[in-house]
Design a protein around this ligand. Structure first.
Ligand code: ATP
Ligand code: MG
Length: 434
């Protein structure tokens, strides 16, 4: 596929052809160095002006930064070179010249704002610390997939264009579907539930969700990636166990396979895989603890959702990942089952990182009549969801599951300030391109 030698693999004594981007040219007079960068790392190319062919020197030293070049030559040991080796060129070929003016500086010497970076992601990802985020994201997804497979789950893919939203509401993006109104799906919730009643029983999906949320925050996207889990014959406790397992696997895979990327982000020393069990705090205890911190201007009362400030205060208080369980039924969606002995309490739970919410889940209402009541209580027309409710008449086992935001997982894992850092091409109120 590729007959070049990667920069990191160039070994003294070999004649190689390396290819990549011109990272930097340092002209010291009689001698000059070109640093070539490729996906594996960097290598120094040495130009001794007196001893080398003038054309060769001219080609190598006049090329603009970030141009793509290929260099053939001998690899020699050079302790003063950044990687301990250097290449003495016989031939320099300019493959794709870059403009002298670049919209951002991939060497990182000149800082660019996030918007400029997102407009020029190709150049932005030439920086080690930015590339590292996406290497970690890929490893995280790989580890999560493997962990789901170990739990006996089947990976599914469900439609993203739908006739009705999961929960209705204003968070839907309408689209035109052959003259009919349709929507971009806000969650695979209903589809994954339908699959636990099929022969699959345990499923997961990693795919896009679309939310037409108006607000612009550092933790919301209008197109996000959801890691979804749903399993038959389990309850909210089993779903929380699976959730802990998956989050731990994500951290574990990154710790094991992303040392270089963590180093590029300056996180190699402090990165920790959570080993303790995540505390499970009831909603009631959560609001008491928030109130006791005295961080909030106004006290929380039973029935209130946890605001961003409340999540912060509680996160500081707990200091690790934790679950909030036993939410009031009225603030959880209709498909979440109530507690058998107390209808005011739901089996819904959230997994929190000290900074923000990562997961929402719960045991589901699998009894047909109760499900229909739930729709009506939420002001939804059950008829519009007949494709879903119908299957609850044909043998739907008890089941539970959750949805985890992939970008929020990466963001919290790496301590990123803005969720947009964890997406190549984010979609938000302002951004529709690239
Ligand atoms: P929040 O209250 O933080 O806005 P939510 O409760 O509306 O989130 P859920 O519908 O519970 O979100 O979705 C499950 C998970 O999917 C969330 O915990 C989060 O990790 C992720 N998620 C949901 N909406 C978004 C979004 N707009 N941007 C990024 N991630 C999201
Ligand atoms: Mg939620």
């Amino acid at each position: 596929m590729d007959t070049r030698t990667h920069a990191a693999a160039a070994t003294p004594g070999e004649t190689v052809r390396v290819a990549g981007w011109v990272h930097e040219i340092r002209d010291l007079g009689g001698i000059a160095f070109l640093i070539l960068r490729d996906g594996s790392g960097k290598i120094q190319i040495k130009f001794e002006k007196e001893e080398m062919d003038d054309d060769l020197v001219e080609t190598g030293l006049s090329v603009h930064r970030e141009s793509v070049i290929a260099v053939t030559g001998d690899v020699e040991t050079e302790e003063r070179a950044p990687t301990g080796v250097e290449l003495v060129p016989d031939e320099v070929e300019v493959i794709a010249e870059a403009d002298p003016e670049l919209p951002l500086d991939p060497s990182g010497k000149v800082e660019a704002d996030l918007s400029t970076r997102l407009d020029n992601r190709t150049l932005d990802l030439r920086k080690d610390e930015v590339k590292a985020i996406f290497e970690i994201r890929a490893e995280m997804l790989q580890s999560v997939r493997e962990a789901f497979r170990s739990l006996g789950c089947t990976e599914i893919n469900t439609p993203k264009i739908v006739a009705t939203g999961t929960e209705g509401g204003t968070e839907l993006f309408p689209v035109t579907y052959f003259g009919r109104e349709a929507f971009m799906n806000q969650s695979p919730q209903l589809f994954k539930q339908l699959m636990v009643g099929s022969g699959l029983e345990r499923v997961f999906e990693i795919g896009p969700i679309f939310r037409a949320e108006e607000h612009n925050t550092p933790r919301h996207l209008n197109e996000a990636t959801s890691i979804d889990f749903e399993a038959a014959f389990t309850d909210e406790q089993g779903a929380m166990d699976a959730c802990e397992n998956i989050v731990r696997a994500a951290y574990g895979g990154v710790a094991e396979n992303c040392q270089g990327a963590l180093e590029a982000l300056g996180l190699d020393e402090e990165f920790e895989v959570p080993t303790e069990r995540f505390p499970r705090i009831t909603y009631e205890e959560a609001i008491e603890r928030v109130n006791a911190t005295g961080e909030l201007d106004e006290q929380l009362f039973w029935g209130d959702d946890l605001s961003t400030e409340a999540e912060r205060a509680l996160g500081d208080d707990v200091g690790s990942h934790y679950f909030v369980t036993e939410w009031p039924s009225e603030i959880k969606p209709f498909y979440i089952k109530d507690h058998d002995d107390d209808e005011e309490l739901s089996t819904g739970f959230d997994l929190m990182h000290p900074r923000l919410e990562l997961v929402s889940g719960g045991q589901r209402e699998h009894r047909h009549d109760r499900l229909i009541e739930g729709f009506e209580q939420q002001g939804l027309e059950p008829e519009a969801f007949e494709y879903y409710t119908k299957m609850f008449r044909y043998g739907m086992p008890p089941h539970a599951g959750w949805g985890l935001g992939a970008e929020r997982l990466v963001m919290t894992m790496l301590g990123l300030d803005n969720i947009r850092e964890a997406v190549l091409f984010p979609r938000d109120r302002q951004r529709l391109s690239p």
